[in-house]
Design a protein around this ligand. Structure first.
Ligand code: FES
Length: 326
């Protein structure tokens, strides 16, 4: 896989119960040319990096720090009780001084910086890309509101700088701790009260994203932006079609019970991947011909309609043959 970089963990910090942040710096000698001038590859608010961990695990984490910082990447990792190994490995085994391999930043959740007004909504660890966006909008002096819903204060990452922002921008930052007597965030009301050209961004647990999708269903899709950490879609495992790898001309049958990426792995074809759920965009692959059956949560409606790319970890095919740029 091309373009991987090595970074060093400068520090690990406690951010909230179950959440640690990792400050990643250029690794120095032996680093890839992307570290020209000692700087890391540039990113924009909403971007994430993929960390390549032990045992072949690849995990995506949003960048939290302001995008004009070129000497570090800051990520935050919540220890998931249902962890498939990624967050557990990070919390237990990644320490200051360690080297980590990463893929450079990619952005599936870009910020429309020229919007007249933006409403940023975060639930729990979903604050990571949202906080990056809030810092960016503040630095650009663009108007926005930040809504951050967490069950309890002790679970709220980056609370100190967010409360500092609340103090310097009264009325802009709205914190909700619903298990401590705070009201639940009413997304329906929030969206209904906003002007038609307001841009909405939401990242959080599935229940919040579902409520957000329902609340924004009547809005122009161009102003509605979401970032998922987990999927609610069922992957396409119906199979019964053939993937043609255009670069080698190889045919890989996808049998029932298998995703495209599983069939490729079985055939010994390695492709970039991370979440394997259709939420990170790492496996995005160009379609040369055929009709995909999209099951991801990354592509917008317009991108799906264009039919140029697909996520091969979860999406299938409606046509008997799918020719991919692999
Ligand atoms: S591996 Fe994450 S979208 Fe496919």
């Amino acid at each position: 896989m091309a373009d991987l970089l090595e970074v060093r963990v400068k520090s690990v910090a406690y951010e909230a119960d179950g959440i640690l942040s990792y400050d990643l710096r250029p690794a120095g000698s032996g680093a890839a040319p992307a570290f020209s001038g000692g700087m890391l590859p540039a990113f924009t608010a909403g971007a994430h990096i993929d960390l390549h961990l032990a045992q072949g695990l690849v995990r995506s984490y949003s960048l939290v720090n302001p995008q004009d910082e070129r000497l570090r990447y800051l990520i935050a990792v919540q220890r998931e009780p249902e962890s498939r190994g990624g967050s557990r490995q990070m919390h237990q085994r990644l320490h200051p001084g360690d080297l980590v391999t990463i893929a450079p930043p990619r952005n599936n959740f870009p910020l429309a910086e020229d919007a007249r007004h933006s409403i940023l909504i975060a639930g729990g660890i979903g604050i990571t890309p949202i906080w990056c966006m809030a810092q960016r909008l503040e630095s650009l002096r663009r108007p926005f509101d930040l809504y951050y819903a967490v069950r309890r204060r002790a679970l709220a990452a980056f609370l100190e700088p967010i409360e500092a922002m609340a103090a310097r921008r009264p009325g802009t930052v709205h914190l909700t701790f619903d298990a401590e007597g705070g009201a639940m965030l009413d997304l329906g009301r929030l969206v209904a009260g906003a002007a038609p050209d307001v841009h909405f961004y939401c990242c959080g647990p599935l229940a919040m994203l579902d409520a957000f999708e329902a609340a924004t269903a009547q809005r122009d899709r161009a102003v509605v932006h979401t970032e998922y950490f987990t999927t609610r879609e069922v992957p396409a495992t119906e199979g019964g079609f053939t993937v043609v790898l255009a670069r080698s001309g190889r045919n890989v049958p996808v049998p029932p019970g298998s995703t495209i990426i599983d069939a490729l792995f079985k055939a010994g074809v390695d492709v970039p991947h991370s979440c394997l759920e259709g939420v990170c965009g790492t496996c995005e692959t160009k379609i040369i011909s055929g009709e995909p059956d999209h099951r991801d949560l990354v592509l917008t409606d317009a991108e799906r309609a264009a039919g140029k790319t697909m996520m091969i970890c979860c999406s299938g095919s409606k046509s008997a043959t799918l020719v991919l740029d692999l």
